[in-house]
Design a protein around this ligand. Structure first.
Ligand code: ADP
Ligand code: MG
Length: 348
């Protein structure tokens, strides 16, 4: 971990554009040295929050604190943040080395390292991003993924207190994104910089981060480790946003949760009784005989992805559900099946 790493506190932040409130009484603590993913659907306020943390925009109310310093009104140039955006273009007419050195060369003379020192730092950064031979190339001679790696090196060159990344891999294709995800995690483990990574991609957030903050319409729904948010989602919103979800009407009774009059393995939260909603993931449903099943339906389609079979089942008078099974022979279209709920969550 980086001994210089800075914690970030977002305190009672509110922001309104014209008449639309984009952030509401938003509170978030980012720990020194952690990689935090900001996850939320498009329009939930992620970019606005990141811009306010960067000092590119200012809140109506609330504060941004870096370490012990109130940074709320500090302009971006003095905030010592590095950022990379989805379309944060490199300077086309500059070599890779000059792009990386840009922030250092732009400093006033008294604060600028000398030429040899800048060259040394650029060399170290090129090693770090595994593009050592590329110093004299131009951006047009690089792939999209390589360009985003250079953009990250450029952000790191000024030794920022915090690193802010807004969907930096959003424009790249799936395989490159996956590689860069792992690569970014490795870089973070080496530099230990407090990093906020914005994404609307659940897998990206869950794979990459120490903790995930889930946003919905300008509010913080939940913050926790990837395990915590997946195992203990605080709301149906978080659950639905983290993956495919099946929603079933259920009854809470004496601590049990019943579906179609049959008990499920779930326990009802204390004090909850009467009609409730049960939510399950596709792998929390199993095929079962009619007399043991909670749900009934007919097979609409089935397909295989990465060794698992996903079967869509049409339920009479209810939404189609997706079942995931690892050992099921292909089920014929139209076949009647029973389903048992073997896991899930209950909300009022
Ligand atoms: P996200 O990054 O999660 O997609 P944004 O922070 O970009 O969300 O936007 C949140 C909401 O604020 C959206 O409804 C968007 O239209 C609105 N918004 C963002 N920036 C501005 C602006 N400069 N002026 C007016 N509305 C804005
Ligand atoms: Mg955005």
């Amino acid at each position: 971990m980086n001994s210089q790493a800075t914690a970030i506190r977002v305190e009672d932040l509110s922001k309104t554009f014209e008449t639309a409130a984009v952030l509401h009484d938003f509170n978030l603590d980012v720990r020194a040295g952690e990689l935090l993913a900001l996850l939320g659907p498009s329009g939930s306020g992620k970019t606005t929050l990141l811009r306010i943390i960067a000092g590119l925009d200012f809140p109506d109310r609330g504060r941004i604190i870096f370490g012990r310093d109130d940074a709320t009104r500090v302009p971006v140039q003095q905030r010592a943040v590095g950022f990379v955006f989805q379309h944060y273009a490199l300077f086309k007419h500059m070599t890779v080395a000059d792009n990386i050195a840009y922030g250092l060369n732009a400093r006033k003379r008294s604060e600028r390292p000398d030429k040899a020192e800048i060259k040394r730092r650029v060399g170290n950064l090129l090693d770090l991003i595994k593009l050592s031979g590329f110093a004299d190339r131009y951006p047009s001679q690089l792939s999209g993924g390589q360009r985003q790696r250079i953009a990250l090196a450029r952000a790191l060159a000024v030794e920022p207190r915090v690193l802010l990344l807004d969907e930096p891999f959003g424009a790249l294709d799936a395989q490159v994104r996956k590689d860069l995800r792992r690569w970014l995690r490795e870089i973070h483990d080496r530099t230990g910089q407090t990093t906020i990574f914005v994404t609307h991609d659940q897998d990206e957030a869950l794979e990459l981060s120490d903790r995930v903050a889930v946003l919905d319409r300008g509010r913080l729904e939940q913050v926790g480790t990837p395990d915590e948010v997946q195992e203990h989602p605080v709301s149906p919103t978080v659950l639905k946003f983290l993956g495919d979800t099946i929603e079933v009407e259920a009854i809470a009774q004496n601590g049990q949760v019943l579906v179609s009059g049959r008990p499920t393995p779930l326990t009802a939260p204390q004090g909850l009784t009467g009609p409730v909603k049960l939510y399950a993931r596709p792998w929390q449903l199993q095929f079962a005989d009619a007399d043991a099943a909670h749900l009934h339906g007919t097979v609409r389609s089935s397909y295989r992805t990465q060794g698992r079979q996903r079967i869509e089942v049409d339920r009479e008078g209810a939404k189609t559900v997706v079942v995931e099974a690892s050992d099921t022979a292909r089920l014929a279209h139209g076949r009647e099946v029973g389903l048992r709920i073997v896991g899930g969550w209950v909300f009022p």
